[in-house]
Ligand binder design. Structure first.
Ligand SMILES: [Zn+2]
Length: 467
């Protein structure tokens, strides 16, 4: 039956550009969200103005109500690898910490438990939708999709494709032919399996090479051919871009050296032959997103914006691996959509609002004119609607507009004493509008997992599996 949720509601309404977020921030201090039997938002507004037709509906109260968080980049097979000491930056950390932990997922029993653990972590962190970098092993991907369906969360995932790599990655490698066959099989079996329609499905599949160093020109060409057909059915593309630029032997130098290209992005754009000559089809587009983009050339950013490809910005992970940070101003000024990713396990924080807090800290610390204090609306947007946009699902979720699916979080501040303290006793401006912004900022940066009291997708409460 129809249900009313009454709380202080914050969301970013409409479909604004990055430059126009403040005007689209909605704050309803005593707000109501009306959700239909089948999980659609029927009405959002002040509780005092609740239409009479909803007055008999049961009411659930909470302190705050936010759209569900979207994690635009999280590694399922790294679920147990957060806070792992690798003794170095990206490439050493992969060798020492990541390839060995990911190899464990070939065991069906291990993978089943990991899929339940991963799903529990998502619900605890209020991550209603996620772009999930998958395991190399189909048995582990099957467990992930099964648990996600059972819990009622949204997911886009795809097996991590790796056809070349160092000895530590041996268990994760397949032949080039097997790589393509396994991706095609995953798409066949899982893409839009719940509704059959990529505009409405909660479970969807992507083509996900780990990064350019884990594949070859031949694999990229074959993935491009597969994608040409698959993208007509809403299949996604996801990978990493320009994360680590340690001089001489970092990731970017290795990509440019091994492919002979002028820019890293060219390898995903069909231009993976020496001199960035065209060798196949582009993998970029509205259902494509790339994690990090810390060290992009201007023409790479322009190309991302032009193709509608999103960036999954992962400041927590970039701090952990010493990767530097994506330059905020120069990036968003190109018009490219920037969502947030936890990048578990290089990121050691599942809660996307915590990642937003790290974004605030790193961007206010950028040097000179590049430094910026992100606004509360920018933080909320990056954690919610920008993620829905990165998944090309903005029509379905990301905010609390009427007609969308009811994906939202209930927050009870008493469940986390410091949050209650900051929100109830903190100083606020006399100007009401300014005070509202201050309250949202404290909520976003001060939120911790215990205060998330309910996680809803399409109006249904997500239920965490037992371990
Ligand atoms: Zn990653």
């Amino acid at each position: 039956m129809t249900h009313v949720y009454r709380a202080h509601i914050f969301h970013i309404t409409g479909s604004p550009s990055q430059a126009d977020l403040d005007a689209h921030l909605v704050s309803l201090p005593d707000g109501a969200l009306v959700v239909s039997e089948d999980g659609e938002i029927l009405w959002t507004g002040p509780f005092a103005e609740l239409p009479t037709m909803f007055c008999d509906a049961p009411v659930t109260r909470a302190d705050y109500l936010l759209p569900g968080f979207v994690d635009a980049h999280v590694h399922y097979p790294q679920s147990y690898a957060t806070a792992a000491h690798g003794g170095g930056q990206l490439l050493e950390w992969l060798d020492h910490c990541i390839f060995p932990t990911e190899a464990q997922f070939q065991d069906a029993g291990f993978a089943d438990r990991a899929a339940r653990y991963f799903t529990r972590r998502r619900i605890a962190a209020g991550t209603t939708a996620a772009m999930v970098f998958g395991s190399a092993f189909p048995v582990a991907q099957d467990a992930l999709y099964r648990e996600t369906l059972k819990a009622g969360l949204r997911i886009v995932s795809g097996r991590g494709v790796q056809t070349v790599g160092p000895p530590a990655a041996a268990a994760l490698l397949t032949s080039e032919d097997d790589a393509i066959a396994l991706v095609a099989d995953e798409i066949d079996r899982w893409h839009a399996v719940d509704t059959g329609d990529p505009r409405t499905a909660r479970v969807q599949v992507g083509i996900v090479p780990r990064f350019s160093l884990s594949v070859t020109q031949r694999t990229l060409a074959a993935l491009g051919e597969l994608y040409e057909e698959a993208q007509l059915h809403g299949v996604y593309f996801h990978s990493h871009l320009n994360e680590n630029n340690r001089k001489g032997d970092g990731e970017i130098a290795a990509v440019l050296g091994s492919y002979g290209v002028e820019a890293y992005l060219d390898t995903y754009d069909g231009r993976f032959l020496p001199g960035s000559r065209s060798g196949g089809r582009s993998l970029l587009g509205r259902r494509s997103s790339l994690a990090h983009a810390v060290h992009c050339q201007p023409r790479e950013l322009a190309r991302l914006a032009e193709t509608g490809t999103s960036i999954a910005h992962c400041p927590t992970s970039q701090l952990f691996l010493g990767s530097g940070t994506m330059p905020w101003r120069a990036t968003v000024e190109t018009g490219v959509n920037v969502a947030l990713g936890s990048d578990i396990g290089a990121g050691d924080e599942w809660l996307i609002s915590r990642v937003a807090g790290d974004a605030y800290k790193v961007h206010i610390s950028e040097l000179g004119d590049a430094g910026r204090a992100l606004s509360p609306a920018e933080l909320l947007f990056a954690a919610t609607l920008a993620g829905a946009r990165a998944l090309d699902m903005e029509h379905a979720f990301g905010n609390l507009d009427v007609g969308k699916d009811a994906d939202f979080l209930l927050i009870e501040t008493a469940r986390w004493e410091p949050l209650e303290g900051m929100l109830s006793m903190g100083i606020r401006a006399e100007d009401e509008q300014q005070a509202t912004l201050e309250e949202l900022f404290t909520l976003m940066v001060g939120l911790r997992q215990p205060a998330i009291a309910g996680v809803y997708v399409q109006g249904r409460r997500a239920v965490a599996p037992e371990l």
